[in-house]
Ligand binder design. Structure first.
Ligand code: PXP
Length: 244
């Protein structure tokens, strides 16, 4: 069964809405670990819309589990990651206008650049993951670029799940789940490790958690949203229980 990577960006989103000191994402990292998250994830976006540089440094200090830094494949971010030395860096595409990460990284379309970035990060002692769509060409390119992990974008699956409104035999849902399943097989066949994430929630997570070979699920928005009602520790515990 997979472990939980808790994305705490949206704690910082709330803080940045007022440019205040609370809620502090460092506290979220502590609560998340105490509740059973095996990894804390932060996305240091180039526009710094939520997590700030000083957050990452402070989170690194309190993090006693795996720290995963989501980042764009830019020289500036590679430099920062080299200083912070998270356990893992997940390369994601970034658009200034997007509300959240919208699609997977096009590794196939920028193989030479990905190779360089992956090498720099691995030379700095950072394990590297590619956030990609469930696409065989992207998986094979990720292996060629030297990635050790691939995180498959589960957004299309989550949309199909919502569209099926409880019908687990829905054809579109079955197709999207099969795409993620196949991607997991390709990842393992290429000698990489299989993660999944994006738009997973308390209702749609189980079929993904049961996929063969899946190691980590990276989940943020649904857990932070639920924490408004039950507190972060309980919200994380519930998700850990669901996927375990
Ligand atoms: N994985 C990646 C690569 C992401 O960019 C995000 C969103 O920051 C997530 C997982 C978590 O997605 P969500 O907030 O929808 O759970």
């Amino acid at each position: 069964m997979p472990t939980l990577g808790l994305n705490i960006d949206h704690v910082a989103t709330l803080r940045q809405a007022r440019r205040e000191t609370e809620p502090d994402p460092v506290w979220a990292a502590v609560e998340g670990q105490l509740a059973g998250a095996s990894c804390i994830t932060v996305h240091l976006r180039e526009d710094r819309r939520h997590i700030q540089d000083h957050d990452v440094l402070r989170i690194k200090e309190v993090c006693r589990v795996k720290l995963n830094l989501e980042m764009a494949a830019t020289p500036g971010m590679v430099k920062i990651a080299g200083k912070i030395k998270p356990h893992m860096a997940t390369l994601v595409p970034e658009g200034r206008m997007e509300v959240t990460t919208e699609g997977g990284l096009d590794v196939a379309g920028q193989l030479a650049k990905c190779k360089r970035v992956v090498k720099s990060l691995r030379d700095a002692g950072v394990s590297v993951s590619a956030f990609i769509d469930a696409d065989q060409r992207q998986v094979e390119s990720a292996a060629k670029a030297g990635f050790e992990w691939c995180e498959i974008h589960t957004g299309p699956y989550a949309r199909a799940f919502a569209g099926a409104v409880g019908n687990m035999d829905d054809a579109k849902l079955a197709r999207e789940l099969a795409k993620v399943t196949d991607a997991g097989r390709w990842i393992e066949a290429c000698g990489m490790r299989f993660n999944a994430g994006h738009a997973l929630n308390y209702l749609n997570v189980k079929p993904i958690a049961h996929l063969p070979g899946v190691r980590e699920l990276h989940i943020g928005h649904s857990i932070i949203s639920r924490s408004v009602f039950v507190g972060l520790r309980e919200a994380v515990r519930e998700m850990v229980w669901l996927i375990g």
